[in-house]
Write a protein that binds this ligand. Structure first.
Ligand code: SAM
Length: 312
């Protein structure tokens, strides 16, 4: 996969050996030994995160980097961030890089998060897409699976009265750690507080014995979801177009040029009149796109029919 060498403009001017923060600042209880994050080290880490993941670590995020990576350094036994940086670069498996992104971003998610999108999806499926036999949905930063399984439950409900119609969900994330959890599809019961009781009965298996206190997504439903690792800043593999793409609560990690690039490529993967959904605290303001704003965090790939007939 080609990665364009980019330098994060936000960190480009930091001088290199000025100590900016002790690791663990703002994060009490990390231990007595202080690890200094120098401006140069911050820039190295920020550039790496930007080049590999598009992660926009602006100056001012030093405390976050020092606190989150400081724990990792101690665990691995490194005494400087520069050593840790070299370790990440040298790790041919790529696992150290994944751990870096996991430490710097959040995987926070929940079932039926931002419920308005699921109500919208159910309505669109019944009304606008009623002629579609196989609905295709992409959850493009799916974290530990709550989002794609919520989509699956929502579609199964919406299509309950239309047995000839089916759906397929592609669920991708950069982190192999969260994808492993997503594939297991096992969650503590408390995670389902927002899921209606009737849906729980229909789509979940209740754990017994050692699995007491957990629900597992029923295999019949889980089969509709395919998980794969995908970095949104890298080229997307070929896929038929999607009716709906969920790309929620991940845009905020990217700077405007990266958002622009991702939105353009996601739009190109939408069916005509398909929808792109972003997080409600995100927006496409400042991003040029050919999509039509429909309602908060909801955009449509509306292309007028090509003029036909004999006259123009
Ligand atoms: C806050 S979670 C959002 C989960 C879900 N979409 C939601 O709204 O509940 C953000 C996810 O984005 C993933 N992520 C971060 N950078 C990414 C990238 N460059 N490509 C793909 N996924 C990325 C993280 O691993 C994390 O699981």
């Amino acid at each position: 996969m080609t990665v364009t060498k980019k330098v994060n403009p936000a960190t480009a001017n930091a001088s290199s050996d000025e100590a900016v923060l002790p690791a663990g600042a703002g994060s009490p209880g990390l231990g007595a030994r202080e690890l200094q994050l120098t401006a140069g080290e911050f820039r190295q880490i920020a550039d790496l995160a930007y080049q590999r993941f598009g992660l926009d670590l602006k100056r001012g995020k030093e405390a976050l980097v020092a606190a989150r990576l400081g724990k990792k350094l101690r665990k691995l036994g490194f005494s400087t961030f520069a050593e840790y940086h070299r370790h990440v670069l040298a790790d041919a498996s790529g696992d150290a890089l994944i751990e870096l992104i996991d430490a710097l971003t959040t995987n926070h998610t929940s079932f039926l998060r931002e419920r308005a999108h699921f109500e919208f999806l159910a309505r669109a499926v019944k009304e606008e897409f009623r002629a579609v036999t196989t609905l295709r949905v992409w959850s493009a930063a799916c974290s530990s699976g709550e989002e794609p399984y919520s989509i699956a439950m929502c579609l199964a409900e919406a299509l309950a009265a239309a047995p000839a119609r089916r759906f397929e969900i592609l669920a991708t994330d950069i982190s192999t750690r969260v994808l492993r959890a997503a594939e297991r599809g096992v969650y503590p019961i408390s995670r389902f507080d927002d899921v209606p009781e009737a849906w729980r009965r229909a789509y979940l298996l209740r754990g017994r014995g050692a699995s007491e206190g957990f629900y597992k997504i029923k295999p019949q439903l889980a089969r509709a979801v395919e998980f794969a690792r995908l970095n949104l800043i890298e080229p997307f593999p070929h896929q038929p177009p999607f009716h709906v793409i969920f790309c929620r609560n991940v845009m905020m990690y990217f700077d405007k040029p990266t958002q622009q690039n991702i939105v353009e490529r996601l739009s190109a993967r939408l069916e005509r009149d398909g929808y792109l959904l972003v997080g409600h605290s995100e927006s496409l303001t400042g991003v040029e796109h050919g999509l039509q704003y429909v309602r908060p965090a909801t955009y449509r790939n509306h292309k007028p029919e090509k003029a036909g007939g004999l006259f123009r």
